[in-house]
Design a protein around this ligand. Sequence first.
Ligand code: PNS
Length: 158
Amino acid sequence: MRIAVYPGSFDPITNGHLDIIRRSAKLYDRVIVGVLDNIDKKPVFSVEERRSMIEQVITEFDNVSCDTFSGLLVDFAKQNHASVIVKGLRTVADFEYELQMALLNKALNPEFETMFLMTDTKYSYISSSMVKGVAKYHGELEGLVPHSIIRLIEEKYQ
Ligand code: PNS
């Protein structure tokens, strides 16, 4: 059984994240979306709100689940018997940071491989920060995030 962990802040989940989930669900037997309970980053959405939005959109996959974690990613991966960490890459700027994290995670625990999926060009400009920027000024969120969570995001910015 090949289990992958797809970690992130998901503040909130975007269509770009969902595309990575969809594609990794085809590559691995199980995918666990790991939502970091990150107090340092001061997320707009609480960890439970972020998890609940993800749970709404992963119902279409029967091998994807979601859980929250705090502490080290490699520990979360180990607890879940995962062998792979999946990350999405959009830009060269992402690459530098992701390479550093992948090397650090390898140093912390060499059991895990980090697999990078290149973003679909349709989603390459979408990030959670961009979504929050648009939501703040009541712009159109359709196409940026899954349809079913748009209302929830809009409510947050009312
Ligand atoms: O969506 P993000 O904010 O880019 O995700 C970053 C995340 C959650 C993957 C990263 O911050 C992480 O793995 N944090 C867990 C703590 C950890 O393991 N730190 C050491 C490696 S950076």
